[in-house]
Design a protein around this ligand. Structure first.
Ligand code: NAP
Length: 263
């Protein structure tokens, strides 16, 4: 959709629209650092909550699309910026719906997906059962797609040992080891991990960005397949950006961010 949506929308105060930034990603935090106290940064509440931001930080769900629409009205939000993770499809759907209901512009940061390169063996799947099927021939998968495998620790096939890297500290079992770690991860560290754990397949979302990309390079080096969870469908946005800097520039253009605030 075009800028006309933003310029003609009555809820968008052309002088200084109040931003609701939906976050939970490193890119969102970069944008949040540019927002002053008149704006709001919203987190689901499952990760770290920054304490050094100038903007207001709110934590926890809104209560679905309807709750979010009420929040947009009550807090007099002038633009919603969705910088959530590309696999956080529910909050994006809710945000698009709430914006549509209230007439608030819906902007989205949509990180470009990784693209397979020569030598890659990516096997695309749609959900957990697809992952299980794709892993059947392998013995030592490295899971890098969040906490979902933790719910399946009792279902590990006898020929497999799982190495699960996620943000949550969690008990493993005799056939699984869980490591809580937060990126960025570099190629040397990934090489060492793959060798030490004798990883023979990687399970990944297609998150895009550089912070967790090194595992793909190491899988390529070692000729290992990557079982890749396809991206969910996300709603169309009034404006879409692929870099935080471009989004920040657009917020400056519409006066949401003061020119004097440093990058
Ligand atoms: P989700 O399934 O899309 O959202 C589940 C519910 O969590 C939403 O309906 C909403 O609750 C609440 N929520 C999500 N993001 C929120 C936000 N920024 N502010 C306030 N409420 C929020 O999301 P998810 O996949 O569980 O991810 C949760 C958060 O972790 C997201 O903010 C996302 O950016 C971040 N994250 C997700 C992933 C991933 O792979 N999914 C990876 C890294 C970071 P209500 O309906 O009650 O409003």
């Amino acid at each position: 959709m075009s800028d006309a949506v933003l310029n003609t929308n009555t809820n968008m105060n052309a002088a200084a629209p109040r931003v609701l930034l939906l976050g939970g990603t490193g890119d969102a935090l970069k944008i949040a650092r540019q927002l002053d106290a008149s704006h709001v940064y919203s987190l689901a509440g499952i990760g770290r909550v920054p304490t050094d931001l100038a903007c207001e930080v709110r934590v926890g769900g809104f209560g679905g699309a309807e709750g979010l629409a009420n929040y947009l009205r009550d807090a007099r939000i002038g633009v919603v910026v969705d910088a959530t993770h590309p696999y956080a499809a529910q909050i994006s759907a809710n945000a698009a719906q709430a914006c549509h209901a209230t007439g608030v512009p819906y902007w989205a940061l949509r990180r470009a997906p990784w693209q397979p390169q020569a030598g890659d063996d990516w096997r695309f799947v749609d959900g957990w059962s697809g992952i299980v099927d794709a892993l059947a021939p392998f013995a030592r998968p490295l899971f890098t797609l969040g906490r979902e495998p933790l719910a399946h620790l009792d279902e590990i096939p006898p020929h497999q040992f799982w190495f699960i890297r996620c943000l949550d500290a969690h008990e493993g079992n005799h056939r699984a080891r869980v490591i809580d770690a937060r990126g960025p991860f570099d190629v040397d560290g990934e090489r060492a991990l793959f060798a030490l754990q004798r990883i023979d397949v990687v399970v990944s979302k297609n998150s895009g960005g550089s912070a967790t990309e090194a595992k793909l390079a190491v899988a390529r080096e070692r000729g290992l397949p990557v079982v890749t969870l396809r991206r969910p469908m996300l709603p169309d946005a009034d404006r879409t950006f692929d870099e935080p800097a471009a989004l920040v520039a657009a917020l400056r253009e519409c006066s949401a961010i003061n020119e004097s605030r440093s990058q």
